[in-house]
Design a protein around this ligand. Structure first.
Ligand code: DC
Length: 210
């Protein structure tokens, strides 16, 4: 079974995807890491994020297995990823690796923005995870503070709103729920309750597909 989990930044989709993958024993790909990897490579090479040719070059060299999650996780890389992810050529270059990952025998769990719409439109289970911008900012802010980052709540909220706008407003593969995706609003759910809700959706999809 292919499970496609899409949604905006800090909606909880990453954690849900990981837990669903564990539950079903399926391989898991957080596709945001690919765009973060491209952003990182552009900056490491001394280019500006507005340099589309440099982003294309970085995407063409990206090796999925070599992505170092620790270096890519921070909020600056989220912003950088969102900028390079708006370039159609970058998205096109990353398409094959993601589709191959999804097509593994037995299935896979992928999380991102365009999994249910572009990468795996035939996925048996599609979940679009949302939460209010304020709640997402609250979660992200708490997580950053725990890690010793003194960023303010207002700055995190502004970052989330800016990213939502860029990811939803771009012409190629914008952040949008697939017509056949099930919506999961996690605003008032803790992670355990959100997981149980996601699992129930996945179980329904699995049984329908049997
Ligand atoms: O999920 P994340 O926060 O790691 O994603 C970082 C950025 O990458 C996000 O703001 C938009 C982009 N992205 C994308 O355009 N398509 C995906 N499938 C995954 C991420």
């Amino acid at each position: 079974m292919i499970i496609a989990i899409d949604g905006p930044a800090a909606s909880g989709k990453g954690t849900l995807a990981k837990r669903l993958a564990q539950h079903y024993g399926l391989p898991h790909l957080d596709t945001g890491l690919l765009y973060r990897g491209v952003g990182r490579a552009v900056l490491d090479a001394g280019h500006d994020l507005s340099d589309e040719a440099a982003a294309r070059e970085a995407a063409s060299r990206l090796i999925l297995e070599a992505l170092e999650e620790d270096r890519l996780r921070g909020p600056e890389m989220g912003e950088a990823a969102s900028v390079v992810a708006a370039y159609p050529a970058v998205r096109a270059l990353l398409l094959d690796a993601q589709r191959r990952f999804a097509a593994q025998p037995g299935g896979a769990v992928l999380a991102g923005r365009d999994i249910g719409t572009v990468i795996a439109p035939g996925a048996e289970c599609k979940i679009f995870v949302t939460a209010s911008p304020e709640e997402r900012a609250r979660r992200r802010h708490a997580e950053l503070n725990r890690r010793g980052d003194a960023v303010t709540y207002e700055a995190v909220l502004a970052d989330i709103r800016r990213r939502d706008e860029r990811d939803s407003g771009r012409g190629t593969a914008p952040l949008v729920a697939a017509p056949d995706a099930r919506l999961l609003d996690t605003t008032s759910l803790d992670i355990e309750a959100a997981f149980q809700a996601a699992l129930a959706l996945a179980e329904t999809a699995r049984k329908t597909g049997l």
